[in-house]
Design a protein around this ligand. Structure first.
Ligand code: SF4
Length: 470
């Protein structure tokens, strides 16, 4: 996917003017956000579990090389094959070669953000292999020719009516209106695709070092059919998905479902170890695991290491006022919301993604709900510093900050300037105390009034208080 993160502002403006998108985004507040609150409130040890989750991931990152080696040995012991991919291009090439070895014309895919990250679908299509998404949300956006707009609900930006039109256009027949009927139709179409597929491609939520197992989580059971029915199963996962033990994986799974959708546990949690054994009734004859680095090993030990704790639950975006107003596509790449504002500059470069660390009010809600306690505002601030150091922010912001720095270092001048500014704003606010226009603040006053300052300034109040104290 060609990034358009540099155009975040423009993308967000368009999103704000799209009433259909705004209606769809409204559902996140009443749906997942509320459900996460109820699920967290109903589990007395939830906060303690978050500490444990953070500690498990920190421990893994401190010993990543050892756990990766242990995991690889276990996968091979179980009859699977591990392929290491340094970057997206290498991962795509490996997957295509495996598809060609399997003589595959059609592959089924269950939802994988790593597949999105490496641009797998367009690559397979360009090489005469037809990928069919089997997660309902992914299937919808594949038909619509759009990228996902959310980690957990890739089609969350679409309304039922839009899906109805889309299915009618692609499946023909009667136009279905009811949600259950639309799901039934998708199921009917996809069942046939599962049977036709030569290869199944899945992601993984966790990779368990002690057993060499992969764990997938879905609410539709599509990952199970994708990995179990075709002759060959390819799993693509990034290196930080590793956890030491099955117990650790289940600790994180308890956090994942509650944080993502407010469920105690997802409907399907599947543990898969190697290909089909003699005594197994079914399963793939070949199992390949493509382990992707794509810059992650460089994040270990850097200021952004903590981002590697992410378990892709989506809670940070469900609670972010900027995401809830602009939607996922405004971020212009695969990862969206607060986690995307940290990860996207890492993958596509801060030059391309420089507006994203500013796509935040720094209200701190993302950090407050992150199940593994990633300090997202702090990490975005690191990117802002980087952006400032490389002079990537607009000249008005740079000169404005330089001017502020000059004045702030001179207390007398600062007092004089703030006193004059406050006086002018009170004058502009008039009797109603609200400003309709304010120079340099058109982004705010273009759509709403700004309240004029009330009462004493902070410095006046501080002086008075100090005087009273002494
Ligand atoms: S950063 Fe935290 S809240 Fe956001 S997706 Fe990752 S784990 Fe979930």
């Amino acid at each position: 996917m060609q990034p358009t993160s540099h155009a975040f502002k423009q993308n967000a403006h368009e999103a704000l003017e799209n009433p259909v998108l705004q209606e769809a985004l409204g559902g996140i507040r009443t749906g997942w956000q509320a459900a996460r609150g109820r699920a967290a409130g109903a589990l007395p040890e939830f906060e303690q579990l978050r500490d444990t989750g953070r500690d498990i991931k920190n421990h893994v990152l401190a010993h990543l090389d050892l756990y990766l080696e242990a995991f690889t040995a276990k996968v091979e012991e179980a009859g699977g094959k591990v392929h290491w991919a340094r970057d997206a291009a290498e991962a795509r090439t490996i997957v295509l070669e495996l598809c060609r070895e399997a003589d595959a014309r059609t592959v089924t895919k269950s939802k994988s953000m790593i597949a999105e990250e490496i641009g797998l679908n367009p690559w397979l299509e360009a090489n005469d292999v037809k990928p069919v998404e089997t997660d309902l949300g992914e299937y919808i956006i594949q038909l619509a020719g759009q990228p996902p707009s959310h980690l957990v609900g890739p089609a969350v930006h679409m309304t039922k009516d839009e899906v109805s039109d889309l299915f009618h256009k692609h499946h023909g027949g009667e136009r279905l209106e009811e949600g259950g009927a639309l799901v039934g139709e998708a199921r009917r179409v996809l069942r046939q695709r599962y049977l036709e597929a030569d290869v199944g491609i899945t992601g993984a939520n966790f990779l368990v070092a002690e057993t060499g197992s992969i764990i997938t989580v879905t609410n539709e059971g599509n990952a199970e059919l994708t990995q179990g029915l075709p002759r060959t199963h390819i799993c693509i996962a990034s290196i930080e998905k590793i956890v030491p033990t099955m117990e650790d994986a289940f600790t994180l799974l308890r956090l994942l479902a509650r944080s993502a959708t407010g469920q105690e546990f997802s409907a399907y949690t599947t543990v898969m170890t190697g290909p089909k054994r003699e005594e197994d009734l079914d399963g793939p004859r070949e199992f390949h695991l493509v382990l992707l680095d794509n810059g992650r090993s460089k994040m270990v030990g850097s200021a952004f290491q903590e981002m590697l704790r992410c378990i892709r639950c989506g809670a940070c975006m469900n609670h972010c006022p900027v995401y809830l107003a602009a939607g996922g596509h405004a971020y212009g790449w695969v990862y969206v919301g607060p986690m995307g504002s940290v990860l996207t500059p890492q993958f596509v470069g801060i030059e391309e993604a420089h507006p994203l660390p500013n796509a935040s009010t720094f209200c701190g809600r993302c950090e407050e709900v992150c199940p593994v306690r990633i300090p997202l505002p702090k990490l975005m601030r690191h990117w802002r510093e980087e952006q400032f150091n490389r002079q990537l922010n607009p000249p008005a912001a740079r000169y404005g900050l330089a001017l502020w720095g000059f004045v702030a270092r001179r207390p007398r001048l600062y007092r004089l300037a703030t006193g004059m500014a406050v006086g002018a704003m009170r004058l502009l606010g008039g009797r109603q105390g609200r400003m309709r226009r304010l120079p340099l603040a058109g982004g705010w006053t273009g759509t709403r009034d700004m309240p004029a300052p009330q009462g004493p300034t902070f410095m006046q109040a501080w002086k008075k208080r100090r005087g009273a104290g002494s």
